[in-house]
Design a protein around this ligand. Structure first.
Ligand code: HEM
Length: 154
C-alpha cells in the first residue's frame, strides 16, 4: 500500500467513525431509548454512551487534519493549489470541532452534574442541548462528506 493510500484510508475511516457515530446516536439510539426507558434511566444511559463515543471522536478530531494536511501536500503540493472543496472541508471541520468542544466541555459536565445531584429537569435540559448540537453537527458532517465525494469545481 502506498503512503497516499494509507493516509487517505485513515482520513476516510475517521470521517466514517465520527459522522456514522452521530447518525447512529441521533437516528437509531435516541428513538430506541425514548421507547424503552423512563426519565432518569435515559439520562444515565446517555451518560454512559457519550464518554465512550467521545474517545473515538477525539481520535477523528486529531486524525482528520493530520491526514488531510498530509494529503494536501501529497496530492496538491500545498494549500494554495488545493481545490476549493478542500478549503470548504477545512472550514467546516473547524465548525464541527467547535460544536463538539461545546458539547464535551460544557453540556456533558452539566448533564453529569445534574444526574449526580438527581436534578432530573436540569439533566433533561442539558441532554436537550446536546441533542440539538449533535443534530447540527450531523448535518454539517453529512454536508462535508457529500462535498468531499462530489468534488465540486466551484
Ligand atoms: C482540517 C481538516 C481537513 C482537511 C485538511 C481535509 C483534507 C482532505 C483532502 C486533501 C482530501 C483529498 C481530496 C482529493 O484527493 O480530491 C480529503 C478527502 C476527504 N475528506 Fe477531508 N479534510 C478535512 C476534514 C474532513 C472532515 C471533517 C471530513 C468529514 C467529517 C472529511 C471527509 C473527507 C472524505 C470522506 C474524503 C474522501 C473524498 C473522496 O475521495 O471521495 N474531511 N480531505
Amino acid at each position: 500500500m502506498s503512503l497516499v493510500a494509507f493516509v487517505y484510508t485513515l482520513h476516510v475511516l475517521s470521517a466514517v467513525v465520527w459522522v456514522g457515530g452521530m447518525f447512529f446516536a441521533w437516528m437509531i439510539l435516541r428513538p430506541a431509548v425514548i421507547a424503552a426507558l423512563e426519565g432518569p434511566s435515559r439520562l444515565k444511559l446517555w451518560l454512559q454512551v457519550f464518554p465512550r463515543f467521545f474517545v473515538w471522536v477525539w481520535c477523528a478530531v486529531v486524525l482528520l487534519p493530520v491526514t488531510g494536511i498530509g494529503m494536501i501536500h501529497l496530492n496538491f503540493s500545498g494549500f494554495q493549489t488545493a481545490p476549493r472543496y478542500v478549503q470548504v472541508m477545512m472550514g467546516l471541520y473547524v465548525v464541527m470541532v467547535a460544536l463538539f468542544l461545546r458539547i464535551s466541555t460544557l453540556n456533558l459536565p452539566q448533564l453529569r452534574k445534574a444526574v449526580a445531584a438527581e436534578q432530573w429537569p436540569d439533566g433533561v435540559a442539558a441532554l436537550g442541548r446536546i441533542r440539538r448540537l449533535v443534530g447540527i453537527n450531523l448535518i454539517v458532517g453529512i454536508v462535508v462528506v457529500a462535498i468531499a465525494a462530489m468534488r465540486p469545481t466551484f
